[in-house]
Write a protein that binds this ligand. Structure first.
Ligand SMILES: *Cc1c(COP(=O)(O)O)cnc(C)c1O
Length: 354
């Protein structure tokens, strides 16, 4: 008998690499925004009073929570804010998935879902996407202890909301379990499931400042749900750590939210660079999914994805590749600046012509 027999053992989620030297490299591996946050954020940062850090922050994230509620047309009791959407999602898994029945999500999706299920000992079942990486609605109609849908999905970039009833049908058929919709990328042209929150009290829509608001380093995530759902989420949060959001995060989050024009402009730039990138990759023989996110999911034809991943890395261009069934031939490439994407194409041309 050893203390190690009583350890809660887990195989952790592996984030994209954060290389130490950031100068020479082109980093297209973690879906960060290539543009800085709004200038309003810089001004707020510079105007910050260090003396106020001696005070605890608002445990209920009041100011930022209320601003998010206003911005999206919800009541303050229908919003939850956490330390990045990973924190919100982890808390939601712990709160809502407490059944003997399996939680359902696709086999190819955000690879943190099964990690949370494992760490909290939640039974789960991964339902295979079809050959075009689409979810099959019928897979989510059986008994379950909860459902998780990334809308749009990662790493495929595909949204099921082209059929606007897709998510509603699943939520309506599963009123006895909670459906979590992870909208980390929805600002980049996806159709949101947010309006459904008003109609169904068993649904939580989770969002983040990390991608579209260029705030990955600040750690702000939020979620909308019925006031009943949000109360349960808060009860669990207050049972672990009351003060999750620090003062600077709350203040800077408010500043970011205040500058809608800048947000729209930078998101628009990413969308147009994405469409250029897709065209250029297709010219080079890649198969590229119809992405509604700030990355493209692309399969090369003249070289294996693994070889291309390695060759690009040697040239200082980091993209993401998974040694995983069904997606081994694919690369996930975050959308950078136009200049970065031109460098990527030049590098690909050099590599595939060798
Ligand atoms: C990036 C990402 C998240 C988490 O982002 P945070 O930085 O924790 O807000 C959640 N879900 C998906 C699908 C993501 O890609």
């Amino acid at each position: 008998m050893s203390w190690e027999d009583n350890v809660r053992r887990v195989i952790p989620y592996v984030p994209g690499e954060q290389p130490k030297v950031t100068e020479k490299i082109i980093k297209l591996n973690t879906n960060e925004m290539p543009y800085p946050p709004s200038p309003a954020v810089k001004r707020a940062l510079e105007g910050m009073d260090a003396a106020r850090l001696r005070l605890y922050p608002a445990a209920d994230v009041g100011p930022l929570r209320d601003a998010l509620a206003d911005h999206y047309g919800f009541g303050s009791d229908e919003v939850f804010v956490g330390v990045g959407s990973d924190d919100v999602l982890a808390t939601a898994f712990l709160t809502f998935f407490n059944s003997d029945r399996p939680v359902l999500f696709p086999d190819i999706t955000y690879s943190f879902y099964d990690v949370w299920a494992e760490v909290y000992r939640i039974p789960y079942e991964m339902k295979p996407l079809d050959e075009n990486f689409h979810m099959k609605k019928s897979d989510y109609m059986g008994p379950n202890g909860g459902i998780v849908i990334a809308n749009p999905n990662a790493p495929t970039g595909i949204s099921e909301m082209e059929d606007v009833e897709f998510i509603e049908d699943i939520v309506a058929a599963n009123r006895d379990s909670v459906v979590i919709v992870d909208e980390a990328y929805v600002d980049f042209g996806g159709v949101s499931a947010l309006p459904l929150v008003k109609k169904y009290d068993n649904m939580l829509v989770v969002r983040t400042f990390s991608k579209s608001r260029a705030f990955a380093g600040m750690r702000i995530g939020y979620a909308f749900g019925s006031s009943k759902l949000i109360k349960y989420l808060n009860d669990v949060k207050y049972s672990i750590n009351s003060y999750t959001m620090n003062r600077p995060a709350i203040e800077l989050g408010l500043a970011s939210l205040s500058d809608e024009a800048y947000f729209k402009e930078t998101v628009g730039k990413v969308i147009s660079t994405r469409s250029w990138t897709k065209d250029e990759l297709e010219k080079r023989g890649f198969t590229v999914t119809d992405s509604k996110t700030n990355f493209v999911f692309a399969s090369p034809s003249k070289i294996s994805a693994k070889e291309l991943f390695t060759a690009l890395k040697e040239k200082g261009i980091y993209v993401r590749w998974w040694d995983k069934d069904r997606i081994r031939d694919w690369l996930r490439i975050s959308i950078g600046t136009d200049e970065e994407m031109r460098s990527l194409m030049l590098a690909i041309d050099t590599i595939i012509c060798l």
